[in-house]
Write a protein that binds this ligand. Sequence first.
Ligand SMILES: NC(=O)c1ccc[n+]([C@@H]2O[C@H](COP(=O)([O-])OP(=O)(O)OC[C@H]3O[C@@H](n4cnc5c(N)ncnc54)[C@H](O)[C@@H]3O)[C@@H](O)[C@H]2O)c1
Length: 339
Amino acid sequence: MPDDKSTILVIGTGSIGERHLRCLQRIGRREVAFCEPMEERRADVALRYGIDASLVFPTLDEALSSAEFDCAVVAAPAPFHIPLGRQLAEAGIHILMEKPLSLSLVGVAGFRRLAADRGIVVAVGYVHHAHPAIRGVKEKLDSGEFGRLLEMRFDLGQPLAHFRPAYADVYFADHEMGGGTIQDMITHFYSVGDSLAGPVDRLVTHARHLALPRVEVEDTVHTLASHGGIMASYATNMFQPANEVCVTLNCEAGSLRASYQDRRFSWISEPAGEWQHESFALDDWDEVYIRQNNAFLDAVDGKGSPVVGLESAIRTLSVNVASLESARTQSWQNVSYES
Ligand SMILES: NC(=O)c1ccc[n+]([C@@H]2O[C@H](COP(=O)([O-])OP(=O)(O)OC[C@H]3O[C@@H](n4cnc5c(N)ncnc54)[C@H](O)[C@@H]3O)[C@@H](O)[C@H]2O)c1
């Protein structure tokens, strides 16, 4: 650990905040502090991660008035992201913001201006970009070997109640808190799609609640999208037993596939030929967050760029908003991007 170690503040230590805190401790590039308003949770996290009382705070206000931080992770629910982000940017603190950036575009342009004026790094936690299968297909696509991308298919699903038994008692149950499958889950892959095919210009979403008990928000989403003429389909549900992500890219000169469940990415160019595979090991999901968080710290230290930056996350927020509106009105939506 460096002698002159600066301190990173994790804001909110619920499910994902605790993961960030653990990953940042493993990375060891910063002293880790946190703020968490829930007293019992605050004490429990401090104890389990051995964090000194001088680095534990109930609120961001108290943290900012008591100590110095060069960067922060915002891991509170989505309605708080922009207000917390503004407070951090005002203080000149670099930000890794959890997804989604916000619930609507209100306040986003002002936040972008403020961040630019203060010269701070803003990364957004669309962590699937750091997954080895997604990195593998993106690298192959960018090599040009398979020609122009024509069509993408995202086929995703997971048993949310198994992974997160308290799903109905947290933000997921409420659109106004950033919940539902559009804002919580499929948004990750709208973001990946943007990086593979460019921005969405129009989309239509069919979203319904089919199976998850104790919530009314959509647990199943099918989106058809055009990324400047590249056709895409995104399908997911949050109740199927299998935890799966399969992304297929069909290009002029072959196809590429990322498969989380098979732990590999694959490619094929001969008609009716054999897929070729490259496997990867991923024993611990923390590894993906560690890659994302290291890239953020590299950017803060002036040595690289974040995995996903603010502009990309603003585009994905526009897609979330259009997707929700499409599901509500059962109509195609054009996606407009603020400049
Ligand atoms: N990238 C991912 O893979 C991923 C996974 C899960 C959640 N998330 C996102 O992370 C965010 C948090 O999700 P979660 O599952 O950890 O939720 P959570 O409900 O488990 O935890 C949120 C925590 O934030 C705290 N909090 C609320 N308001 C706060 C404030 N103003 N200041 C400080 N702390 C505050 C709460 O007390 C709670 O402990 C959401 O935006 C969610 O979409 C991202």
